[in-house]
Design a protein around this ligand. Structure first.
Ligand code: DOR
Length: 426
């Protein structure tokens, strides 16, 4: 099986090559050249399109097993492919949670059968995600888990987090931390600011996230143990990570497109689709997130794709679950709010959506080069569109971006040489 991509501009983290042809054979990039004359089984005319290394999402919720009324592996990875992703990590707050080899294997096997992307399970740090005894990291790794997290919940106990850091350090695996002081959050549902007060909603102060981020950076420094901070949302968290990196602490972090695209103004009308945890913050935070992305403090963009059913999200703000879908808007939000605003370059998009996420998981992808796996995302960065519900591929529709005009579209997603998404065919 051969696939030839004609006349694209290749965008890698370290530079661009215009007017290139890419020949793919047996799932790998066989040749990159200015004019490949050989014919292929499938050919794509990619004039005007940019070829990025396939996107890797470090943080998503596929809801499978057990919560498949929200999403499942087939629908979730189909939505991911539509968003340009060739690989996604799935978080363990499923039902049951991913704390056994059996559940890790279930996900991998189902993804092999039904998936439109590679799926990399993130296993729990603690048994049952209860915050107590650690899971068996080695067994879970051997079954196929790529990282550890109790995402959705913090690891509150100091002794537990210290043990987890030592254990993941020993194995050289990513420890992905959801930073939240649940006691301090109390009944909070949105960012604690003017908009919360106007809407009559209980607030979540920035300190809920920052105090735990500071604690974990402190312990990571003591142990010289690598940690990865999930979904950074405040200016203070960015500054904590920036200073820690300067001191040589082995800390990395991610943020989500919503944190550099919209603010807590979106909750003013009590729209449950704008309820997310950590919450949408203020303009000063949004600008600090953009700055953290520009200066490399923030390593990666991760969607935190968190699908919920329409029924669940139809509830009042207080009762509706936290979370918003993210696969299908991540690229456009990045083009619209980071590229168009001059915060980052096209090469930075390749770094933030592919190269760094691959590096953090110690994987070989993230670059378009000869002999690399043929994971490629072909995009139009000029096209504008209005994001509407009818077009959503995900089973869930909970997005605060519905009705918004965005710029930047994914035209094709190619995974190991096969087309997993073709916009014209949709
Ligand atoms: O908004 C969120 N939704 N934040 C989380 O930490 C969990 C996630 C979910 O699972 O729905």
């Amino acid at each position: 099986m051969t696939l030839l991509i004609k006349n694209c501009t290749i965008v890698n983290a370290d530079g661009m090559q215009p007017d290139m042809d890419i020949m793919i054979r047996e799932g790998r990039i066989a040749e990159i050249n200015t004019n490949i004359t050989e014919r292929a089984g499938v050919e794509i005319d990619a004039k005007g399109l940019y070829a990025f290394p396939g996107f890797l999402d470090l943080h998503s919720h596929l809801r499978d097993p057990g919560l498949t009324h929200k999403e499942d592996i087939a629908t979730g990875t189909r939505a991911a492919a539509a968003g340009g992703y060739t690989t996604v990590c799935c978080m363990p707050n499923t039902k049951p949670v991913i704390d056994s080899e059996k559940t890790v294997r279930y996900i991998i096997e189902k993804a092999e059968k039904e998936g439109f992307t590679d799926v990399l399970p993130v296993a729990c740090i603690t048994c049952g995600m209860q915050g107590g005894a650690l899971t068996d990291f080695e067994k879970l790794r051997d079954a196929g888990a790529v990282a550890f997290s109790d995402d959705g919940l913090p690891v509150a106990g100091d002794e537990v987090i210290l043990c987890a850091m030592e254990y993941s350090k020993k194995l050289g695996m990513l420890l992905m931390l959801h930073e939240e002081d649940l006691e301090l959050r109390g009944q909070g549902v949105v960012h604690d600011g003017e908009n919360a007060r106007k809407a009559g909603l209980a607030g979540i102060p920035r300190a809920v996230e920052e105090s735990m981020t500071a604690r974990d950076i402190f312990y990571a420094e003591k142990l010289d143990a690598p940690i990865h901070i999930c979904h950074v949302s405040t200016a203070g968290s960015v500054e904590l990570v920036r200073r820690a990196k300067k001191r040589g602490v082995p800390v990395t972090c991610e943020t989500g497109p919503h944190y550099y695209s919209i603010t807590d103004e979106k909750i003013a009308d009590r729209n449950p689709n704008a309820k997310v945890n950590p919450p949408l913050r203020e303009m000063s935070d949004l600008l600090a997130i953009r700055q953290g992305i520009a200066d490399g403090t923030i390593d990666a963009i991760a969607t935190d794709h968190a699908p919920h059913s329409e029924q669940e999200k139809a509830q009042e703000m207080e009762a509706a679950p936290f979370g918003m879908i993210g696969f299908e808007t991540a690229f456009a939000l990045t083009v619209t709010n980071l590229l168009e605003t001059g915060v980052i370059s096209l090469e930075d998009i390749a770094r933030l959506l592919s190269k760094r996420p691959n590096e953090l998981l110690k994987r070989e992808g993230g670059e378009i080069k000869k002999n690399a796996p043929a994971d490629i995302t072909l995009c139009d960065i000029q096209e504008k569109f209005v994001y509407n519900k009818e077009e959503i591929v995900s089973k869930a529709k909970n997005s605060p971006f519905l009705g918004m005009e965005l710029k930047g579209r994914v035209n094709y997603t190619i995974r190991k040489g096969s087309i997993t998404y073709d916009r014209q065919a949709h």
